[in-house]
Design a protein around this ligand. Sequence first.
Ligand code: ADP
Ligand code: MG
Length: 250
Amino acid sequence: MKAIIEADNLTVCYGSSEAIKDITFSVYSGDFVGLTGPNGSGKTTVIKALLGLLPITKGKISLFGQTQKSFTDWGKIGYLPQKLSSLNPLFPASVEEVVFLGLLSKKKMLKIITKDDKEKVQKILNALEISDLKNKTLSELSGGQQQRVMLARSLVAEPDVLIFDEPSTALDPESREAFFALIQKLNKENGIAIILITHDIGCIGRFANKLMYLDKNLIYFGSFSEFCRSGKMSSYFGPDSQHIICHQHN
Ligand code: ADP
Ligand code: MG
């Protein structure tokens, strides 16, 4: 099986300080990777480096078998940033128009909405159960609804992998459960690989098959089951913390 994302000895510095150091991992088609670690441990930095949003100090990144430099098919990678600042919630576009923006990366020349585009957008809105919102603007929506719209915008480009940076922090527990269940469905039923940054270490094991634990260095990357059996990890975290991460994993 071919890796869709590979990082090889990745180091990223801000000025002279290293934010992440010698990070090596591979993500495969169908994976659901839970990415966690303390505040400031470099989680967002890793993701931004993968997406080419930050310069790499050392190491190599490949995307879908190509070097990051030669990779152009960015529609394959959906990204929901930590802050929804990439789209001003006061931007006076309708939900339908915002989701349509997700198709633009695939259009070469004419940026107009075709009948086919309209159908694609409608299908995604139906699947995410937000089609009743399609004429509303983002500012009229709750945090959970806004997140679904941003997810719809990523999905309409038919990505092979979706990357979420702490999507649950703005959500109440109920919307959070629903959002995680939705992501899990996209992974299981649509075969979309997922990288999910989260602080919810107590619940990530219910969804993810792999765990990536960062603390500037890569403390762990591998299967959840192996993490839970690892003596090295129980001496690193202490058996109680390891148990918190593992207790919901089946
Ligand atoms: P996390 O997402 O795990 O909370 P980040 O990747 O945002 O961590 O940050 C990792 C480290 O890099 C932190 O020490 C943070 O202060 C630093 N950092 C992040 N962004 C910048 C920046 N734009 N300029 C300087 N330092 C930064
Ligand atoms: Mg972050």
